[in-house]
Design a protein around this ligand. Structure first.
Ligand SMILES: C[S@@+](CC[C@H](N)C(=O)[O-])C[C@H]1O[C@@H](n2cnc3c(N)ncnc32)[C@H](O)[C@@H]1O
Length: 260
């Protein structure tokens, strides 16, 4: 990824470590989504914004396409993905706001936690559906809301939300995708909410990795003072050892779109 890239969280080693944890926390929800919504007998499956390839691997294992291709703008992430997956999966550097995709038409296009970082997500949906076969489906896994009774998490989330918005994205994109029932050449096939309630310690670890990664890359300059960032960091450090459960709950919006 180029320096100063629009992607809010960067692609450093810390960012990759965070995505490994994100993968573990959200994998069961992704698994159920694919089991519910992925067609059988796929020729080509694409994972948009694949990062270091965790989602691509899950996609390949669960849907068994002839060909699975992960697309991302970050060469660092793609290198990691290639190392882990070997030659079983393909990873190609591509900005997914640019069409056509390097492999097409796809029977299945999957994207998780990507549309929230892109401008005009409704337009991206319409354009991505155009990269599908006539029977193909586009599956998006995004955040509807995150509820927490811990002020420490709320403070971190408010900061992250501001950071994403400054790059033209929207953290809580779910409601907009739910409201997107149809458009030129596409229609919404289904829209479901899925709850994920990870243990407090795991969430704090995930959040503090992101905080560190963003601070190290200078991505939080102008968003909070060094003192405020220090406070949030210490609060997350303290929570990282917590064994508590039920203190933070994600509602994920899982939408399926298909050609009209
Ligand atoms: C939050 S991460 C999600 C990674 C993975 N989908 C997951 O759920 O673990 C977002 C990913 O999208 C990638 N990304 C951001 N903007 C992109 C673009 N325009 N084209 C391709 N990839 C992009 C980033 O490099 C990053 O790997």
């Amino acid at each position: 990824m180029t320096e100063g890239s629009a992607y809010s969280f960067g692609d450093s080693e810390l960012a990759a470590e965070r995505l490994a944890l994100v993968a573990r926390v959200f994998e069961p929800a992704m698994r159920k989504f694919l089991e519910r919504a992925a067609p059988r007998h796929l020729h080509l499956a694409l994972d948009l914004g694949c990062g270091p390839g965790h989602t691509t691997e899950t996609l390949a294992v669960l849907t068994c396409p002839d060909r699975t291709v992960g697309l991302d703008v970050s060469e660092q992430f793609l290198e990691r993905a290639r190392k882990r997956a070997g030659s079983r999966l393909e990873f190609v550097r591509h900005d997914v706001t640019d069409l056509p995709f390097p492999a097409r038409p796809a029977d299945l296009i999957f994207s998780r936690l990507l549309l929230s970082h892109l401008p005009e997500p409704e337009k991206q949906v319409a354009r991505w559906v155009g990269e599908l076969t006539q029977d193909g489906v586009l599956l998006n896994d995004e955040v509807e809301r995150i509820e927490t009774r811990l002020e420490q998490f709320a403070r971190y989330l408010a900061l992250t939300e501001r950071r994403i918005r400054a790059s033209g994205g929207e953290l809580y994109l779910g409601p907009r995708l739910d409201a997107l029932r149809e458009g030129t050449g596409f229609r919404q096939h289904s829209s479901d909410l899925v709850r994920v309630a990870p243990p407090t310690g795991e969430v704090a670890t995930m959040f503090r990795l992101n905080l560190r990664a963003m601070r190290a890359d200078g991505r939080l300059e102008g968003f909070a003072s060094a003192t405020e960032l220090g406070v949030i960091g210490r609060e997350l450090d303290e929570l990282a050892g917590s064994k508590a459960e039920g203190e933070i709950v994600w509602s994920l919006r899982q939408t399926v779109f298909s050609p009209a």
